[in-house]
Write a protein that binds this ligand. Structure first.
Ligand SMILES: Nc1ncnc2c1ncn2[C@@H]1O[C@H](COP(=O)(O)OP(=O)(O)OP(=O)(O)O)[C@@H](O)[C@H]1O
Ligand SMILES: [Mg+2]
Length: 246
């Protein structure tokens, strides 16, 4: 069965650097799909091409079997890795401002409840904590009631409490039947949230499957401390090596 999204022979070159190097994969409907890779692997470049935020050097993206229409950006929710917010607006005013940009939208109250923003709805954007900021970014991505949600490193920089809390919210969103595409380099996050995974490095796709398939295929002989079974982090380190990537 063709995927909700088909990524076909995607290439993105920046002058001499090939950030995305001829990758093809398919994203099924209704899953939480994880695009994994170390720093600089090409995750943001890939997800932004799929979102139609930047254009590829070559290759094709098919959505429901066809090239994306102009309405694609209206229909999907996008949480960017970096977003600037207006410091003189409150959380609630920011949500209303974004809501007004769309024809179809979620009720503000629903989004506030889902993303646990009620207590800080009157707070100014520049006065929120890291965890609150990520919940606001998630709320903004949900404001047009999308069926397809893109999250670029949703929990990077958060403390363990805030990260686990955000995971619970993402799991609730998934239960609503939305398709989620997220990037991460936290393997615990991928293991907890993702049904289907692609691992990238140096712009190339190096592994693809469910978390358990990846562990079985690439790590059945991984040497662990003998006290635990191999996990996704063992797969990730085996596939991408131990060298620094910043
Ligand atoms: N606009 C740009 N111009 C030139 N090079 C770029 C540009 N955007 C990204 N790159 C380069 O492309 C490569 C892939 O970057 P990308 O941001 O896609 O990686 P990433 O996997 O998202 O990394 P991270 O985990 O750090 O977010 C990197 O070498 C990066 O420096
Ligand atoms: Mg990135």
């Amino acid at each position: 069965m063709p995927g909700l999204l088909e990524i076909v022979n995607l290439v993105k070159k920046y002058k001499t650097l090939t950030a995305v190097d001829n990758i093809s994969f398919s994203i099924p409907q209704g899953v939480c799909f994880g695009l994994l890779g170390p720093n600089g692997a090409g995750k943001t470049t890939t997800i932004e091409i799929i979102e139609d935020v930047i254009s590829p050097t070559s290759g094709e993206i098919l959505y429901k079997g066809k090239p994306r229409a102009a309405s694609f950006r209206e229909e999907v929710g996008i949480q960017f890795q970096k977003t600037e917010l207006l410091s003189w607006l409150t959380i609630e005013e920011t949500l209303k401002t974004f809501q007004s940009l769309y024809h179809k939208s979620s009720a503000i109250e629903d989004v506030i409840e889902m993303c646990q923003l009620n207590e800080i709805r009157a707070q100014y954007n520049d006065k929120v904590s890291g965890g609150q900021r990520q919940r606001l970014f998630l709320a903004l991505a949900l404001i047009n009631d999308p069926d397809l949600l893109f999250l670029d490193e949703p929990s990077t920089g958060l403390d363990p409490q805030a990260r686990h809390n955000l995971w619970d919210i993402i799991l609730k969103i998934r239960e609503q039947g939305k398709t989620i595409v997220l990037t991460t380099h936290y393997m615990e996050e991928a293991q907890k949230l993702c049904d289907d995974i692609a691992i990238m490095d140096h712009g190339k796709l190096i592994a693809r499957g469910t978390p358990q398939e990846l562990i079985n295929t690439y790590c059945s002989d991984c040497v662990t401390d003998g006290l635990r079974a191999p996990n996704l982090e063992d797969v990730f380190i085996r596939m991408t090596g131990r060298g620094l990537r910043d």
